[in-house]
Every structure is written in C-alpha cells, then in structure tokens.
Design a protein around this ligand. Structure first.
Ligand SMILES: *Cc1c(COP(=O)(O)O)cnc(C)c1O
Length: 381
C-alpha cells in the first residue's frame, strides 16, 4: 500500500528520543530550547516557541494579538479547518477570500475586496508548500493596519521569491509550522510559532503555560523561590522534550527531505504533463517550494469517471490519494455559525471539484512512483 504521505523515522531519530527517555526531563526541558534555537537558526526569525500542535501554535498567535471581539480575519477556504478555527477560538469572524487558479494560494485582489472596517487579521496559507504572494499581501495589510499570521504548516523548508526562508517573518507578525507526521518534518504531534516581535513573543510564552510566570522581571512582588503568578488566562500547550528531540533530529534532514520531494515532483510533472485531462502543479517564478503535497487537477468528465471512481480504482492498485481541501465554509459548523457562503469563492470551489493529492513523501521510491504514474495513465482507458 502506497499512502499519500508518511513520515520517515531514522535510527538517529530513535536514538535522540531514547536519550531523552533516560534523562531527567520528559516534559519541557533542554531539548525544547534547543529545537527552538535550531528553528530560529534555520529560518532567521528572532523568536520561536514550540508547542503541542500546529493548531495550538495558530491559537496562541491569534490570542496574543489581543484583537477586539467582533474583529474579522481574512483567510483562504483552501486549507485545513484549523487556520480559520484559530480565529473563531478568539471571537474573530473568519472571512474567506478566493484563491488564485494557478498557485491555489490567496488572491491579493480577492483579499482587498473582502476588507471591511472590522478587518484586523490576515492569515495566508502556503498551500502544498508554495509560498503565498507575501509582498502583495503585506502591502495590503500595511495599508489597512492588519496583522499577518502565515500558516506555514505545509511550507517548512520553502523559500520566497527573494530566496529567503519561510518562517523569517519578514512579511508577517508570526509564522506557524506543524510537525504532524504527514508534514515534511515531524515531532509526533507538535508545532511552532516564529516571530520577530518581542512583545508578541512574551505574550505567547505566558499563554503557552496557563498564563503563569516565574520570571522575576515580570512578577508584581518577590515573595520567595516558590512564588509565581497567573497573570492571564492561558492554556497548556507545551511540547514534551521527547517530541522536541525528535523534531530537532528531523530538522537535520530537512534539506535532504526537500531535495527528494522536489525530485519526485519533477518526475511526476514530466510523466503527467502529456495527459490532456490532467493539470500538474505549477511552481511560481523564483519560488523554491518544499512540496508538502503533490496536487493535480483532473477533468473527471473527460475520462468518464467520478473522483470517487478514480480514488477507488487507484486504491485497488494499492495507491492512497486524498483531497485537499473541501472549502472550509462548506463544513456544517461554518454554515451554522456564519451562514451559507456557497458561491463566495468560485475559484476555490471549482478547484475543489477537480483536485486530487497523489502520494508524495521522502521514502517514496522511483519504482513506487512509476507504479502510481502508470495507474494514473491507465485511468483514461
Ligand atoms: C496540519 C495543518 C494545520 C494543523 O496542524 P496540527 O499540527 O495538525 O494541529 C494547520 N494548518 C494547515 C494548513 C495544516 O495543514
């Protein structure tokens, strides 16, 4: 069985986790700090907090911005629900702008059209690993006084068109990664938030651990070594040292993971380009994408098969595929909460009708990939 994505755990990864198990720290300890420093070094951001999940990272970032209740945040419907949920957690109404038909990322002109006096936040997603048009989006944000949180759950290892790494926060207030096993590097569960803003960093630090601090510089009084204060209502979003050790070890191989993913994408593109009923993904000029997903668009009508029939037929050949994404506003909770937005993002809806994610992961062999390619080529027969 060839799944659409999977992790690769090396002997070095296992040794790194085992070493923590025999150490004094199972919960947040020295490996957490090391992982944070390594992520800062990799991305160039000043501050990093690693947390329990990518979702927790998004929630912390939005919460720490302390936006007024009733604010609106703009994001893409072509994402995992967590991006929009992070706004909903904080009483911010998620508003969906449409995507660009080539990059599948937020369309800056659609974002501009969705701005109202209540808009405070913009959360672009670097879909499938390809960075969104951050220069254009950050210009819009500056003009309207919006905060930006980049959801880079797909995009650790990717580079913007200026060659700088995703996560450096040069275009944003914060950038979030996920280390779920299906993502490019994993810590089991886990996530990180990067920022260059010392105030935002301090707030997130407090919110990560119940809103409690022991930092003498922050306490209102110095009663003794036991003394700590809960200064705000936070959560328990800490990462364990076992997870941090795994993430740190995986990070050493990120460039290797990226190179293999890019090779596989180039091979898919070359083999599938000739099929008139299939559209291969397009990398925008100058970008260097650390592809998390390999998404094609299929003209199901042209081959006389529904998407379900295609997925079933590939599954019969031992090939797992997936659909990324159902437009978030189609989900029942979103319909109930914010009304039926069907038709509001026609490009994302059309894209959703056609998309299919094919297997892409570090250990996918050339032979396995050929098997996938041949199964795809047979679909039209
Ligand atoms: C995976 C993912 C998340 C959430 O990450 P978790 O670590 O699973 O909480 C958020 N946004 C996007 C786009 C994702 O793909």
């Amino acid at each position: 069985m060839i799944p659409y994505g999977k992790q690769d755990i090396s002997a070095a990864d296992i040794a790194a986790v085992n070493a923590v198990l025999s150490s004094d720290f199972l919960t947040q300890g020295p490996k957490v700090a090391e992982f944070e420093q390594a992520l800062c070094a990799y991305t160039g951001a000043r501050y990093c907090l690693v947390v329990a999940s990518g979702t927790a990272a998004l929630h912390l970032a939005v919460a720490a911005m302390e936006l007024p209740e009733g604010s609106e945040g703009i994001t893409t419907p072509n994402t995992f629900a967590a991006t929009a949920n992070s706004m909903a957690y904080c009483g911010i109404k998620p508003v969906f702008a449409d995507i660009d038909p080539i990059s599948y990322n937020l369309s800056p002109s659609s974002v501009s059209a969705r701005i109202t006096p209540a808009t405070r936040l913009l959360s672009p997603v670097h879909f499938a690993g390809q960075p969104a048009d951050m220069p254009a989006l950050s210009l819009i944000a500056k003009k309207h006084g919006l905060k930006i949180i980049e959801d880079a759950a797909h995009a650790i290892g990717s580079r913007y068109s200026d060659g700088s790494p995703v996560g450096n926060c040069l275009f944003s207030d914060a950038t979030v990664f996920s280390f779920h096993p299906v993502k490019t590097i994993t810590s089991g569960e886990g996530g990180a938030v990067m920022t260059n803003d010392p105030v935002l960093y301090q707030r997130m630090l407090l919110l990560r651990s119940h809103g409690i601090t022991k930092d003498p510089a922050l306490l209102s009084q110095q009663s003794g070594p036991w003394y700590h204060e809960m200064q705000t209502l936070g959560w328990h979003y800490r990462m364990t040292d076992m997870q941090a050790a795994l993430g740190l070890s995986q990070l050493q191989r990120l460039n290797l993971f990226k190179a293999r993913r890019r090779t596989l994408v180039a091979q898919y593109n070359q083999a599938l380009a000739e099929l008139p009923w299939l559209k291969t993904p397009q990398e925008m000029e100058g970008f260097s994408s650390c592809f998390h997903l390999y998404v094609v668009e299929i003209d199901y009508a042209a081959i006389g098969k529904s998407r379900r029939q295609v997925m079933d037929s590939l599954m019969a050949d031992g090939i797992g595929t997936q659909v990324h994404y159902i437009p978030v506003y189609h989900h029942p909770w979103y319909r109930e909460q914010y009304g039926d937005k069907t038709g509001s993002c026609p490009v994302a809806e059309r894209y959703y009708q056609h998309c299919l994610s094919l297997p892409l992961y570090f250990t996918l062999s050339d032979e396995e990939q050929s098997h996938v390619i041949q199964a795809i080529q047979r679909l039209a027969r």
